[in-house]
Design a binder for this molecule. Sequence first.
Ligand SMILES: CC(C)(COP(=O)(O)OP(=O)(O)OC[C@H]1O[C@@H](n2cnc3c(N)ncnc32)[C@H](O)[C@@H]1OP(=O)(O)O)[C@@H](O)C(=O)NCCC(=O)NCCS
Length: 164
Amino acid sequence: MFSYRTLIATDASAWLALRKEGARVAPKGFLVTLDEVRKMDEAGAQKALEFGGMRGVFEDETLVGFCGYRPQQLQRIRHRAELGPFYVTPSQQGSGAAQVMMKGILEEARAGGVAQIELTVAPDNARAIAFYKRQGFQKYGVRPDAIREGGVPECELLYLRWVN
Ligand SMILES: CC(C)(COP(=O)(O)OP(=O)(O)OC[C@H]1O[C@@H](n2cnc3c(N)ncnc32)[C@H](O)[C@@H]1OP(=O)(O)O)[C@@H](O)C(=O)NCCC(=O)NCCS
């Protein structure tokens, strides 16, 4: 049984562990590197969560996935929100946990008057792209030279979904 909620400071240890796991097993799914994640300690994780921009999906009491959700604050772009990173632990991929998290985000977006959710994804992240498409996201562009891996430029795909 999955549940969804905003992560708070007391989730820091579980979130940090999952963040490290994600950067290790799915580096293409994150902008942050494993080295950068390792530099964050529990106090840093608590501080990061206090901003309120991280959501989690739990199986009973265990955090099994997380995603960033950042509604824009300026008046003229308040109808937009950014999504990501978006991660589910490998043993729970394909289980419906990712859908629960996306459903939670969409409900929040509706309640907050957000009309459009935006995300970026690596072009070779086929599983994530299949998931986002199934969730109603559509590609609207490509950002060239978005990431430099060892100095080598890589693009990223821009996706959005209207909230209805
Ligand atoms: C992206 C992620 C959250 C999706 O959650 P999930 O539980 O794996 O998603 P689902 O299993 O519901 O859906 C994945 C889809 O990809 C398909 N798929 C699985 N492996 C695939 C592969 N190697 N290539 C292409 N499609 C694949 C599945 O069949 C499914 O499609 P369907 O719903 O049309 O059958 C999860 O895989 C994850 O955390 N990945 C690592 C981190 C990451 O890459 N995050 C995204 C960053 S932008």
